[in-house]
Design a protein around this ligand. Structure first.
Ligand code: FE2
Length: 235
C-alpha cells in the first residue's frame, strides 16, 4: 500500500512514541479506531491469461473514440455486458467480488449487476484526469496489460468542503490512512481487478510506458432498504 501526500511519498513510521511506558500492562494500551474508512478491494489475477489475450485482441480491433481531455486516451463505446459475450464473461467473474465488496458498503450480500463496461486504451503520453462515476454504487477496473510504474491508478481523499484547509505534508511526515491525501495503487498485473465506491475520485498519471489497456465498469445492487424506505435499481 502506498500512501502519499500531494507530492512526496513517505512510508508510515511504526516506531513507538518516545515517552511510551513499556511497563504498562497490555490491557491498558492505547487503541486507535479507524472510524468510517472507505473500502477498496484488490483481487489479483481475477482473469486468466487466455481470457486476457482474447480481450486485448478484441479491444485492439474495435473502433475507439478519443477522450475529450487527452489525445492519447481512447475508449470503446459503452457496452451492456448482457449484449456482448466477452464482456458478459468478464462481468460474471466480477459479480462474486461485487457481492463481497457490497457487503462492506451495505452490510448484506445483495444481488449485484454490472450495468455497463467500457475499455480505456492509454497510449504513451496519455493520462486520465480526475473523475468519479455517476449513477453507480460500485465501480471497478480490470487491468489487461502491464502498466508502467508511473501510471498507477491514484485515488484521492474526498474533499471535506469548499473552505480553507490545513495539512502537514512534508518529506519527513509519515503518511498513513488518517492524513494521506492520495492512495496510489500498487503496480497492477494483467488480470487484476480493483473495486471502489463509485463516488471516490481517481486519476491516472501520464503514461510513460507502452500502450496500457484496462476495462472499467459500473455496478448496482438490485435494491436498497432503509428500515422500509426501499428503492429498486435496474440497469
Ligand atoms: Fe474511472
Amino acid at each position: 500500500m502506498t500512501m502519499t501526500g500531494d507530492q512526496a511519498g513517505s512510508r508510515l513510521r511504526s516506531e513507538a512514541p518516545p515517552q511510551a511506558d513499556t511497563s504498562r500492562p497490555q490491557s491498558s494500551m492505547d487503541q486507535i479506531e479507524p472510524l468510517f474508512p472507505i473500502p477498496l478491494m484488490r483481487s489479483p489475477r481475477l482473469l486468466g491469461s487466455a481470457l486476457i489475450e482474447t480481450a486485448v485482441a478484441a479491444i485492439r480491433q474495435v473502433r475507439v473514440d478519443k477522450n475529450l481531455r487527452s489525445d492519447q486516451l481512447f475508449h470503446t463505446e459503452i457496452v451492456n455486458p448482457r449484449d456482448d459475450k466477452l464482456f458478459h464473461e468478464i462481468a460474471e467473474l466480477t459479480v462474486p467480488k461485487l457481492v463481497e465488496f457490497g457487503f462492506l458498503l451495505f452490510g448484506e450480500r445483495l444481488r449485484w449487476t454490472v450495468k455497463e463496461m467500457w475499455t480505456n486504451v492509454l497510449a504513451t503520453g496519455g493520462s486520465q484526469t480526475l473523475h468519479a462515476h455517476a449513477n453507480s454504487f460500485a465501480s471497478g477496473v480490470i487491468y489487461l496489460t502491464p502498466s508502467h510504474p508511473a501510471c498507477k491508478t491514484v485515488f484521492v481523499r474526498p474533499p471535506g468542503g469548499f473552505d480553507f484547509s490545513f495539512r502537514h505534508h512534508t518529506r519527513q511526515a509519515a503518511m498513513g490512512p488518517f492524513n494521506a491525501g492520495k492512495y496510489v495503487l500498487p503496480v497492477a498485473e494483467p488480470g487484476d481487478l480493483v473495486l471502489f465506491p463509485s463516488y471516490l475520485y481517481h486519476e491516472v498519471p501520464r503514461n510513460q510506458g507502452d500502450q496500457r489497456i484496462t476495462i472499467s465498469f459500473n455496478a448496482i445492487p438490485d435494491s436498497l432498504d432503509c428500515w422500509g424506505y426501499r428503492i429498486n435499481f435496474t440497469p
